[in-house]
Design a protein around this ligand. Sequence first.
Ligand code: GZL
Length: 307
Amino acid sequence: MVIFLMFSGLFATVAAQDKIVLGFSQVGAESEWRTANTESIKNAVANDPRIELKFSDAQQKQQNQIKAIRSFIAQGVDVISFSPVVQTGWTTVLEEAKAAGIPVVLTDRKVDSDESLYVTLVGSDFVEEGRKAGAWLAQAMNGQANIVELQGTVGSAPAIDRKAGFEQIIQHFPNLKIIRTQSGDFTRSKGKEVMESFLKAEGENIDALFSHNDDMAIGAIQAIEEYGLKPGEDIKIVSIDGVRGAFEAMIQGKLNCTVECNPLLGPQLVEIVKGVVDGKEFPKYIPVKENIYVQSQAKEVFSERKY
Ligand code: GZL
């Protein structure tokens, strides 16, 4: 009997040590992309008996993410992970996590803090996404267009880097000009509102729209139609994410191109978290594989899309 108790105690100890509590702070629920990203993370954790998830939605506010990370530290979770809503302002809380001996894994977006404060970042190359969008538009417009730009959340890595990548390409075409640019905060409603102001100011002078995500592009499509122009024809549109709504808009001929930004990071994150606990080494950046899709492909690809 004593031996059995010893073994069951030993087993329980091993089992307890094996359990991993992961604290995850998500940006919010601002877009189809974010919804798919959250679903991917929750599903991957649900399918792994080793991991218990503590999930927090920051409603796109940095102070809420910092509060959640501090709460995870106080609870003594095993690993902290988050998608930073903006690039700056994380060093203090990351130093607190380090002092508490809790490893941090970044997903989706980078931070400006020293890379010694986190294990790795798993996410997309936003500069490359911007370059792909610029290259497609330059070719589609034969190097000549007045472009309006809907930027993502001010200060966020995707907004900063997608703009940089897009401009790296169009700077080579003197007749490709960004005539208006403003943030639509990655949401459909704000994208529509800003596009309405662009149309009021520039009207038929606009040849093309570059939107940092599909949700703002879908909002802009509504504004263009309400203004009396044909989106995808009078105004060519290229955006980023590759969400279901973008494929539906391409099938309707209202969007011309979407650059994929893969939100399905859940399985990769789960493997990284287990690896971190098990003492594995990781590179500071783990890229995600992505494509680009144009209108002519939309119908055949749509049924295979996973988000
Ligand atoms: C990109 C991600 C961006 C998406 C938007 O990895 O951070 O945030 O492009 C989302 O749709 O809101």
